[in-house]
Design a protein around this ligand. Structure first.
Ligand code: SAH
Ligand code: SF4
Ligand code: F3S
Length: 439
């Protein structure tokens, strides 16, 4: 038997978890692990979990149960839980599911090799600390393997906003920004390995204030520095809070050609009463005004957002305010959720909205969003866009990629390689993607 061990990671939740899973795979490379696509031949299974809604958290326990026969067949198999459920319910996971050998919270991933060694030696390992040391510095030992054309890069983590419904400030901790030089070094490294588009990640990415050469930098300053990285063609960032949309960031949308015309700016509700109870510290009017200013800077920008319906005490009239805001914005894309009670958050203690009523509101809201999304997508027909090709499509010679606006576009006979950017004329708008021809 070789001493190469196989690591299977299953990732739930947001893009930051995707980024973190890559880092965990890399750091475990140092302990002799290579990744595998199947749990069946794995020596270690890691679930990188999400705690944002009840359903997301529940998945962990049902998924773990499914690994029981694998562990019975291979007693050496180590099973670990990472991510936001690990952070929130670490002890409980250990107590409830004896299959679990290891629990690691998001701020302790650089300690994964030691935790794995402890588990291999027969112990149970749990680490949900918020350590002082910079985990990113310790995780940066990356192999020089080639990468696909798009990549995530975490620049900010955690949140100090404490929206009344949200677990993120508890699972990810306080807001921390990475220093500018480390981010630029990571970006250059990604570009050398084939990356052409970088999405900067943070739970509150536009609150970025990392240490730069001359004091703290804003996200806009960071974007302008990335703009000068040769070979990097596209910059995106997510997720932003309306209150942190600074003037220089709005201006960058009009002036920085590498910054893509797509902005995810969650509002959650259109009712000022509900926004106040959510502790969002913006109003429907200030949000609309903000979007007006962003569109002045970049008229073709595609707006995206997040909505919660059925937040405690939301009435039909409050919900109608949300519908009105959606009509006023005209979203190209939006994510919407029924409010989910999260233990330990302030809203969990309040009078809950009837579940059937909340479901009904969600259905109505999603119908409106779908209609807007589809209309924005249809309006692309006849236009020319730039497509960054990411992978071959289902048909022979077909390539699939993303436009500036993050629409999926497929092109027949594309004569393009992964990572190429081409001018494409959109000829058709389907349910989930656009069809185009080379222009
Ligand atoms: N950092 C991001 C949001 C992270 S969570 C931001 O601040 O915008 C992603 C989305 O999940 C949120 O925007 C919100 O719409 C939704 N969400 C968060 N907590 C929720 C809860 N308790 N119930 C339902 N949806 C929730
Ligand atoms: Fe959660 Fe976002 Fe609010 Fe922070 S700003 S508490 S991450 S919804
Ligand atoms: Fe979920 Fe944690 Fe991301 S709760 S959305 S994985 S920050």
């Amino acid at each position: 038997m070789s001493d190469v061990k196989k690591l299977y990671i299953k990732t739930y939740g947001c893009q930051m978890n995707v980024y973190d899973s890559e880092r965990m795979a890399e750091v475990m490379g140092g302990s002799g692990y290579v990744t595998t696509d199947s749990p069946d031949d794995a020596d270690m299974i890691l679930l990188n979990t999400c705690h944002i809604r009840e359903k997301a958290a529940e998945k962990v326990y049902s998924e773990l149960g499914r690994f029981k026969p694998l562990k019975a067949a291979k007693p050496d198999l180590k099973i670990g839980v990472a991510g936001c459920v690990a952070q929130a319910e670490g002890e409980e996971i250990m107590a409830r599911q004896p299959l679990v050998d290891l629990v690691v919270g998001p701020q302790s991933y650089h300690r994964l090799p030691q935790l794995e060694a402890k588990a291999r030696a027969g112990g149970k390992a749990l680490d949900t600390d918020f350590p002082e040391e910079d985990k990113f510095e310790k995780l940066k030992d990356r192999p020089k393997a080639q990468r696909g054309p798009t990549a995530f890069l975490t620049v900010q983590e955690g949140c100090d906003k404490f929206c009344a419904f949200c677990v993120v400030p508890y699972t990810r901790g306080a807001e921390v920004s990475r220093p500018v030089d480390r981010i630029l070094a990571e970006a250059r490294d990604l570009v050398e390995r084939g990356v052409r588009e970088i999405t900067l990640l943070g739970q509150n990415v536009n609150a970025y204030h990392g240490a730069g050469p001359d004091g703290d930098w804003t996200l806009a300053q960071l974007i302008w520095a990335l703009d000068k990285v040769d070979g990097l063609e596209r910059i995106r960032f997510t997720t932003s809070h309306p209150n942190d949309m600074s003037d220089d960031l709005i201006a960058a949308h009009g002036e920085c050609s590498k910054l893509m015309p797509y902005l995810h700016l969650p509002v959650q509700s259109g009712s000022n009463k509900i926004l106040k109870r959510m502790n969002r510290s913006h109003t429907a009017e200030s949000y609309l005004k903000l979007i007006e200013r962003i569109r002045e800077a970049r008229p073709d920008i595609l707006m995206s957002g997040d909505f919660i319906v059925g937040f405690p005490e939301e009435t039909e009239a409050d919900f109608q305010d949300t519908m009105e805001l959606i009509r006023a914005v005209n979203y190209g894309q939006a994510f919407s959720f029924k409010y989910s009670t999260r233990p330990g958050t302030p809203a969990a203690e309040r009078a809950q909205v009837d579940d059937a009523e909340a479901s009904d509101r969600l259905t109505r809201l999603q119908a409106l969003i779908t209609q807007q999304q589809r209309a924005v997508q249809d309006s692309m027909v006849g236009r020319e866009v730039q497509v960054l090709f990411e992978k071959p499509g289902r048909l022979d010679g077909q390539m699939v990629g993303k436009s500036e606006y993050l629409h999926a576009v497929h092109v027949a006979d594309a004569q393009a390689a992964r990572g190429d950017i081409a001018r494409v004329r959109i000829v058709e708008s389907g349910p989930n993607s656009l069809a185009g021809v080379l222009a």
